[in-house]
Write a protein that binds this ligand. Structure first.
Ligand code: ACM
Ligand code: ZN
Length: 625
């Protein structure tokens, strides 16, 4: 009896060990672990057919494996090799996995990735690379055998639009940065890069027929302080900060992205957010004033950053811009912004008012709608579809426009009701420029979006036709993101969480399981030198007021298994300080205390950041609510 018990326990442990290999993100549709493993050795061969696209995928796999094994594996196009990794395109399409899905089989002799399209092989490769044990991913650990656990996986995405947006206007990022972002995002099976290419603070793409856009519009006076608090351009001051992509560089980015199954969507944000264009060509605004490109100072409603919507010369300008944009970007959509347009100058502009009268437009919202509809006609004449932020609903959507819903889900819901396609990107779940931990312990930015909230995002609201939801997208606005290193900090790991929401079946999402996998991935980020935030380990401080208006505090954590220690006596808390227990509920503040310090521990070691915050600031947070 005892022996049988022992055998059962051993089998259970073996099985546990096998399962502990599973840290694939995003979680595949179906995974079955088997016993045994495939060992990568210098003799392992990568087999593809002779097609260039597939040979390139073989080369990509080789380069990924080389990063961890150091081996340059042989490549072949015959089946005679045992111990091989084979990439196969299905002769007869397997409709269950679509264009981006794949089947991956790892057995002791062979690894197979089968797909209908190269995109599926590409994602099978991403999954395969994640199966390598983490400890072997560092070349320093060269004594580790490169074992891939035996498994069969069937996988395909929930959504076809899995996007990330990078704002290259508020801060400019180099071609090299953009390529690095592409490399990082495809590991998590993102397939769309949205480049926000024009705004009040910079025009970032060469338009050959409009040279001032990059001669003037790409440059602003240098400033470093807090965004929105910066000094406006001073008379005679040189605009030396900024940059732009030449058309050759854009082609290079598009080619690089397409090799990794990423489409690039350009955004030219009009009619608002257009100060850089207006600084280049003052005839574009209603007031025709000369402005400098904005360096991060307040100007909304003061400087006229909207294109004059009544003037035909505005549309002639846009015709030129979109002719070149449409010729450069193969993607079917062009994003035309449409968000946050200040319409005050339109109210006082005789040209805009005349246009409204002639066209029977009742208000400025209808004038914006007229503007976007004219832009849609321009795009359609170039064979492109229009996408805009959800403000394009105001005054009526153009007939074939698609909507990117950012102020919430409501714009998206309304657009679906009108039978338009939608990408869900609500700020509450998808804006990676927001705080991800306590503001007292993070670089300054806006409101709050914690990792756990990203993971709770559901892109399809109940009661609407899900077929109109193309997918979702995370957006990184860069007002407070001056470097690519910090862009990584803001993106990761929140974009890892979103990747699972956008790829994996809804019923596979599991927060605790995700966190366990994520912690393994973060070791890979460390090895790869990619920056990321550890804010999800930090304590959450929840201030509130008693009935007699005294401050009281509650603490929480995003993940389980952490202990919270705090002090009010101006000393650093550690595991010998007061431990906060859930049953403590709301705690009062000792008389005359001024400062809270709080830190999280796990298994006797500090894991979260020490958060130091004046109690007066916590009181202000309550008042703000
Ligand atoms: C936006 O965040 N203004 C689209
Ligand atoms: Zn006007």
């Amino acid at each position: 009896m005892n022996k049988i018990y022992l055998i059962i326990v051993c089998l259970f442990l073996i099985k546990l060990d096998v399962h502990s290999q599973g840290h694939i993100i995003p979680e595949p549709v179906a995974t079955t672990w088997h016993e045994g493993y495939f060992l990568i050795t210098p003799q392992t061969t990568i087999i593809t057919n002779d097609d260039k696209e597939q040979r390139d995928l073989g080369t990509l796999l080789n380069s990924y494996l080389k990063q961890s094994t150091g081996y340059s594996l042989k490549k072949a196009n015959t089946n005679r090799h045992s111990k091989s990794i084979r990439l196969l395109i299905n002769k007869k399409s397997d409709t269950s996995i679509g264009d981006e899905g794949y089947h991956l089989t790892v057995a002791s002799n062979t690894v197979y990735i089968k797909a209908n399209k190269p995109a599926g092989l590409f994602y099978g490769i991403q999954t395969l690379v994640q199966l390598l044990p983490v400890q072997s991913m560092s070349l320093a650990a060269h004594n580790e055998p490169y074992k891939i656990p035996a498994v069969t996986i069937t996988d395909y995405p929930r959504f076809k639009w899995r996007g990330l947006m990078l704002d290259v206007c508020r801060h400019f990022f180099t071609v090299q940065d953009v390529k690095k972002l592409i490399d990082e995002m495809v590991r998590y099976k993102y397939n769309l890069l949205h480049l926000h290419l024009s705004d009040d603070q910079g025009w970032r793409i060469e338009i050959k027929s409009l040279p001032e856009l990059t001669k003037t519009g790409a440059w602003r006076v240098p400033r470093t302080g807090l965004w929105w608090d910066r000094q406006p351009p001073q008379p005679g001051e040189k605009a030396t900060e900024g940059g732009f992509y030449t058309q050759d560089q854009i082609k290079d980015i598009i080619r690089y992205a397409s090799e990794k199954n990423v489409q690039v969507m350009p955004e030219i944000d009009v009619p608002g957010h257009s100060l850089a264009a207006i600084a280049s060509y003052p005839y574009l605004s209603c007031t025709k004033m000369n402005y400098g490109v904005n360096p991060g100072s307040k100007f909304y409603g003061v400087d006229d950053d909207a294109l004059c919507a009544g003037n035909d010369s505005t549309y002639a300008f846009l015709e030129k811009v979109f002719t070149e944009i449409a010729a450069l970007f193969p993607f079917e959509y062009i994003h035309v912004g449409g968000d946050e347009c200040y319409k005050g100058f339109w109210k006082n502009c005789p040209v805009c008012q005349h246009c409204m009268q002639v066209n029977g437009l009742k208000n400025e919202e209808e004038l914006q709608s007229y503007f976007i509809k004219r832009v849609e006609k321009i795009l359609q004449s170039k064979g492109k579809k229009l996408m805009g932020w959800d403000e394009i609903l105001e005054g009526g959507l153009p007939p074939d426009a698609s909507v990117m819903s950012w102020r919430g889900m409501q714009g998206g819901i309304e657009a679906v009701k009108q039978k338009h396609h939608v990408v869900m990107s609500p700020a509450k779940y998808c804006y990676f420029d927001l705080y991800q931990g306590d503001p007292a312990a993070e670089p300054p930015t806006y409101s709050m979006l914690r990792l756990k909230d990203v993971y709770s995002f559901e892109p399809v609201p109940t009661g609407i036709d899900a077929n109109y939801i193309l997918g979702g997208q995370g957006n990184l606005w860069t007002e407070s993101v001056p470097t690519f290193r910090h862009a990584e900090y803001m993106l990761w790991p929140r974009a890892v969480a979103l990747s699972e929401v956008l790829w994996s079946p809804k019923d596979k999402l599991n927060w605790n399981g995700f966190v366990n996998k994520l912690e393994i991935h973060l070791r890979l980020f460390d090895i790869a030198g990619i920056n990321y935030a550890k804010s999800f380990y930090d304590a959450i401080i929840i201030p509130s007021e008693t009935t007699d208006s005294s401050l009281q505090l509650q603490f929480d954590t995003e993940i389980k298994g952490l202990q919270i220690y705090y002090t009010f006596d101006n000393t650093f808390p550690d595991q010998f300080s007061t431990l906060y227990k859930k049953t403590d509920g709301k705690i009062g503040i000792p008389k005359d205390a001024e400062t809270l310090r709080v830190i999280t521990f796990r298994q006797g070691k500090p894991i979260g950041k020490m958060i130091t915050v004046p109690l007066a600031d916590l009181e202000k947070r309550i008042k703000k609510k």
